[in-house]
Design a protein around this ligand. Structure first.
Ligand code: GLN
Length: 492
């Protein structure tokens, strides 16, 4: 199998080809690893590359083929995993110095289900430290490059996972999305990125950032591949009490576009079409909406009136939960410990001071403040109340429409360094993705065109809770009639 052939295959084509003995899992895996080693020095997407583990997994799939055994739903499909999810036999660093040498003690449920279906773990991908950021510039190790423009960010926090799918290194990757960390990098890298409903996929083995918002989901070039991977990962897990018991729809395994979009109602939230949106992004989004109109969908204006509070609410809820979740990294239970010979309290302080980067420290301080007595009512409690209002906005909108369409990010990929010194401008890149996390609804970003500088633009579709099938079908309808998701960046 040559490299160019490999890079064009979808996950479903790989499974079918292995089943039909057109190629072996080992050939596919070698092609994936070759491409990894050829391109990663340029795009710097991987924290760990798992050559041996990947080839061993491929060998097991090939043995099953040889024995005419039952093949998994992802048999032989190379998958990349964000480095904040545990995979036994690998480090799980969260791109933080505090966990730089942390060995995964077990495998995350979502990752384990991928392996059980024959998926091939190619590597662990770079992220903003503890998933806090929108560019991967907060990684303690290095910044990942956008395959479409190497001087630009891939988005974040799951920037490594978005970049490896965009570069054709893997057909599938997984990330986590707390406020947009799957959808925003997908948008900036020109691939699909899907955040399922909160609770659809177990968070067991995902290093916690903000537990009431975190959700694992797929990156792909093809929406049907994202549906397949979601179906594999989803479903009840007794190790995560917040994981839903709602049955997983079997349609996800082989999702078909709807015959027609006639009668499908798509909501256009007026609060998302505002002057801050870049004009080239706005033009691409409006063109995508025209595609939906031409396919027969009804476009209806809706209002999500509390949108203006989303960023403020998110940066109270997420930082409060983070400050609590990150308390465990104290140099004793986990991770980096200072070399200084000091007493216990000083050991905690120094280990944390040495191990955490600036953004993580900023979040811990903000969150601790928001939870502290005397301020709790004014900040954290108030934010929770506004969160309920935002949820109610979505419930009301979904009485009128089947899905909501809007931009994923107000701009295309920005230059490395451009926003690094200004946290507020960085926080504002999440303005359109945060509401889905606060409201716990599913959201997907799909490629919908390019700016004149040939930077990808993403269209966001948000759906009803646990209606992943309905939402993904609407996304699939668009890809069945457009080519943007098939474009490749100009890499070697
Ligand atoms: N960019 C957002 C933040 O910095 C979202 C991160 C995420 O979804 N993990 O918190």
């Amino acid at each position: 199998m040559d490299a160019a052939q490999y890079a064009r295959l979808s996950a479903r084509e790989i499974v079918a080809g292995i089943r039909a003995k057109q190629f072996s899992a080992t050939e596919v895996t070698r092609a994936a690893l070759d491409r990894t080693h050829a391109l990663d020095p340029t795009i710097k997407a991987f924290v760990s590359i798992l050559d041996d583990m990947a080839l061993a997994a491929a060998k097991a799939v090939d043995a099953t083929v040889a024995a005419a055994g039952k093949l998994g739903r992802l048999a032989g499909v190379p998958v990349a995993v964000k480095d904040n999810m545990c995979l036994q036999g690998t480090r799980t660093t969260c791109s933080s110095k505090i966990l730089e040498h942390y060995a995964s003690p077990y495998t995350a449920t979502a990752v384990g289900r991928i392996l059980a279906e024959g998926g091939i773990p190619i590597g662990k991908t770079n992220l903003d430290e503890f998933a806090m950021g929108s560019s991967t510039e907060n990684s303690a190790f290095f910044t990942t490059r956008n395959p479409w423009a190497l001087d630009r960010v891939p988005g974040g926090s799951s920037g490594g996972s978005a970049a490896v799918v965009a570069a054709g290194i893997v057909p599938l990757a997984i990330g986590s999305d707390t406020g947009g960390s799957i959808r925003q990098p997908a948008s900036l890298c020109g691939v699909n990125g899907f955040k399922p409903t909160y609770g659809r996929v177990s968070r067991y083995g995902l290093v916690a950032f903000a537990s009431s918002l975190d959700q694992i989901g797929p990156f792909s070039r093809h929406v049907a591949d994202a549906a397949l991977l979601t179906g594999v990962m989803a479903g009840r897990d007794e190790r995560d009490a917040t994981c839903a018991t709602v049955p997983v729809p079997p349609e996800l395994d082989d999702l078909k576009p709807p015959e027609t979009l006639k009668g499908v109602r798509l909501g256009i939230p007026k609060e998302y079409f505002i002057p801050g949106v870049d004009k080239d992004v706005d033009a691409a989004i409006r063109a995508a909406i025209d595609v939906y109109r031409s396919l027969g969908a009804d476009l209806i204006e809706v209002s999500l009136p509390h949108t203006e509070y989303a960023v403020a609410v998110y940066y109270l809820v997420a930082t409060a939960e983070a400050s609590s979740n990150l308390a465990r990294y104290d140099g004793v239970h986990y991770g980096h410990r200072t070399r200084a010979k000091v007493g216990l309290v000083e050991l905690y302080c120094r280990s944390r001071a040495e191990g955490f980067g600036a953004e993580v420290k900023r979040r811990i301080m903000l969150g601790t403040y928001a939870l502290s007595s005397g301020y709790y009512d004014a900040y954290y409690l108030k934010a929770q109340k506004v969160r309920s209002l935002m949820r109610a906005d979505f419930v009301a909108a979904f009485k009128k429409v089947d899905a909501i369409v809007c931009p994923t990010s107000p701009t295309a990929a920005f230059k490395i360094g451009e926003r690094a010194a200004d946290p507020l401008s960085m926080y504002l890149s999440d303005i359109f993705t945060i509401p889905a996390n606060l409201a716990t609804v599913p959201g997907i970003s799909i490629p919908c065109g390019f700016t004149p500088a040939r930077l990808p633009v993403g269209l966001q579709l948000m759906g009803k809770e646990f209606d992943e099938v309905g939402l993904l079908r609407i996304a699939l309808a668009y890809q069945a009639h457009t080519q943007h998701h098939l474009a490749s960046p100009p890499l070697a």
